[in-house]
Design a binder for this molecule. Structure first.
Ligand code: AMP
Ligand code: MN
Ligand code: MN
Ligand code: MN
Length: 277
C-alpha cells in the first residue's frame, strides 16, 4: 500500500528543514506520496517537487491557509494546487500581510512580561516578517530559556488568555476555498479535532464547507489524538466527505508524530487520493 502524507511544513513557513532535506526525511520515514503544505505560502513547492522526484516520491503541491471562521482560526489545506495561479498567489499574499504587525504586538506583550527582543528573536528563524508565526516565537522562548519545549510555550504563552496572544482576522472560508479551487486544488479542512467548537458550530462549519463545494477533511493527522481518528472517520462517513492523512510535521524532535509512526486511514473512509493515480 502506498504511504501517503499530505500535510507538512518546511522552513519556508514554520518548519525547520528546507524543502530538499525535508523530502529526504519524509522518504526515510517511508513516504511514497508527499505534499508540502506551508502556511499561507507556496514558495517551497518548486524545490520540493524536484527533491521529491530525486527521492522517488510522487509529489502533491499544497498549501495550508489560515482562515477565520466564527471568530476562531481554522486551517484549510489546499491539495493539488497550481502554485503559479494568480488568484491563489494574490490571496496568499493578502493573508500573509497581517503577520508582521501581529508579530510586533506579540513581541510588545512579551516585553511587558519581561521578555525583550522577541520580535528580532523570532524573525531570525524565518527571515521574512510576512511569514512570522507563533511557532517562531515559541522557538525563541525555548532558545532564551523561558520554557523547555515549544509545547510548554503554547501552554504558558501565545494562546488565548496568555501573554503574547493577539487575536487576528485571517482569510474568510469562502475566499480561501475560492483561491484553492481557482488554482485547480482540493480544499480540505485541516485537523478538525483541534478547534474548540461546540458540536452545533462544528456541524455548521461542515455544512457551510459543503455548500461552498468542499468534500474532504483530515482524519488521520499528527494534530489529532488516536480517538479523534475514529471520531472524524465517522464525521467523514456521515457527511460523505473524502478523508486525508498527514503528519503535520514541522521539525525532527519537535514532531508529535514522525513520518513513519502515523497510522493509515481507517478502512471505513474513502481517501482524498482515491482517483489520483
Ligand atoms: P500562527 O499561524 O502564527 O498562529 O501559528 C500557528 C502555528 O503554531 C501552528 O501551525 C502550529 O505549528 C503552532 N501551534 C499552535 N498551537 C500549538 C500547540 N498547542 N503546540 C504546538 N504548536 C502549536
Ligand atoms: Mn505550523
Ligand atoms: Mn494547522
Ligand atoms: Mn500544519
Amino acid at each position: 500500500m502506498l504511504k501517503v502524507d499530505l500535510h507538512c511544513h518546511s522552513n519556508v513557513s514554520d518548519g525547520v528543514l528546507a524543502p530538499a532535506p525535508l523530502a529526504a526525511y519524509a522518504r526515510k520515514g517511508g513516504v511514497d506520496v508527499w505534499a508540502l503544505t506551508d502556511h499561507d505560502e507556496i514558495k517551497g513547492i518548486k524545490a520540493a517537487r524536484v527533491a521529491a522526484a530525486e527521492q522517488g516520491m510522487r509529489f502533491v503541491p499544497g498549501v495550508e491557509i489560515s482562515v477565520t471562521w466564527a471568530n476562531q482560526t481554522v486551517h484549510l489545506v489546499g491539495l493539488q494546487v497550481n502554485e503559479d495561479h494568480p488568484a491563489l498567489l494574490a490571496g496568499l499574499a493578502a493573508t500573509r500581510s497581517g503577520r508582521d504587525a501581529r508579530g510586533r504586538e506579540i513581541a510588545a506583550q512579551l516585553d511587558a512580561v519581561g521578555i525583550p527582543d522577541a520580535y528580532e528573536g523570532a524573525l531570525k528563524y524565518v527571515g521574512n516578517p510576512d511569514l512570522l508565526s507563533r511557532t517562531h516565537f515559541a522557538r525563541y522562548l525555548v532558545e532564551c530559556g523561558k520554557c523547555d519545549t515549544t509545547t510548554e510555550v503554547f501552554r504558558k504563552f501565545l494562546t488565548e488568555g496568555k501573554p503574547g496572544y493577539v487575536p487576528h482576522r485571517w482569510a474568510t472560508l469562502a475566499d480561501a476555498m475560492g483561491w484553492i479551487r481557482s488554482a485547480g486544488g482540493i480544499p480540505v479542512i485541516a485537523h478538525p479535532g483541534r478547534y474548540k467548537f461546540t458540536q452545533t458550530a462544528e456541524d455548521v462549519l461542515f455544512d457551510e464547507f459543503r455548500q461552498l463545494g468542499g468534500n474532504a477533511i483530515e482524519v488521520v493527522t499528527g494534530s489529532h489524538t488516536p480517538d479523534q481518528y475514529a471520531t472524524y472517520a465517522e464525521v467523514a462517513r456521515r457527511y460523505g466527505f473524502l478523508a486525508s492523512r498527514g503528519t503535520d510535521f514541522h521539525a525532527p524532535g519537535e514532531a508529535r508524530v514522525e513520518f513513519d509512526a502515523l497510522p493509515p486511514l481507517p478502512a471505513s473512509v474513502k481517501p482524498v487520493w482515491h482517483d489520483w493515480f
